[in-house]
Design a protein around this ligand. Structure first.
Ligand SMILES: [Zn+2]
Length: 230
């Protein structure tokens, strides 16, 4: 039986949630999602905290981060009290940036100024790399993850989300009709999907050189978080 996440919000402690559907027919068609897959992706992207606005995937990401550091409270309190963690955020992760900013050495880098496949960042200079639903938009996700690994210090980790369809394997969209995330009526190039991740997402992580890949579940299968350790 599936365990549903009921709060409180791991980001801000909020206890009121709201839900909206996010997917639209064209994306559902190009992604070839079944009815239950639509339901869990909609929940991942649309179920959100009314107080901080973060959705289920951002809440899962937050819970994975604070758990990884052995912290018992919210992400907000984590960022206020552990200010020496050097965190690199690649593209704004949900509505988490304003919380991450409380860490004094937090840095946000964004596409297209920064190409995840060739990061203009010193090797072994970061404790924690975070990105959320970015990797599926990068032409070579393995190369992007190996760049994340390169810039991490010895015991560093990369904690991230990608939409994972658990009942199938990862596939490249090369040669298939273009598929876009973002908004239904705005086919922006940086929202084009290059890879649809599946149950073998761990392979991309290990091929990129990480020692281990853990899948953390705030809620299965709608909030799965990848923890890659250097
Ligand atoms: Zn919240």
């Amino acid at each position: 039986m599936m365990r549903l996440f009921t709060g409180p919000c791991p980001v801000c402690g909020g206890e009121e949630f709201s839900t909206c559907s996010v997917l639209w027919p064209q994306l559902i068609n190009t992604w070839q999602l079944s009815e239950d897959e639509v339901a869990y992706i909609d929940r991942q992207q649309g179920f959100h905290c009314k107080q901080c606005g973060n959705n289920l995937r951002a809440m899962g990401l937050s819970r994975a981060i604070i758990k990884e550091y052995g912290f018992g409270a919210t992400l907000n309190q984590f960022c206020e009290s552990l200010s020496d963690v050097k965190l690199l955020e690649i593209n704004a992760a949900g509505n988490l940036t304003s919380f991450f900013k409380k860490l004094s050495s937090h840095r946000l880098i964004e596409y297209p100024q920064f190409d995840m496949q060739n990061l203009d960042i010193e090797s072994e200079s970061v404790d924690l790399v975070v990105h959320s639903d970015t990797l599926e938009h990068v032409p070579n996700p393995e190369r992007a993850l190996s760049e994340c690994r390169r810039i991490l210090r010895g015991n560093g980790k990369c904690i991230f989300t990608v939409p994972i369809i658990v009942g199938r394997m990862t596939r490249s969209r090369v040669g298939l009709a273009p598929s876009y995330h973002g908004q239904s009526d705005v086919p922006a190039d940086d929202q084009m999907v290059h890879t649809e991740f599946g149950a073998d997402v761990w392979q991309t992580v290990l091929k990129a050189g990480f020692y281990s890949c853990e899948i953390f579940s705030l809620e299965y299968p709608s909030a799965l978080i990848v923890i890659a350790r250097k």
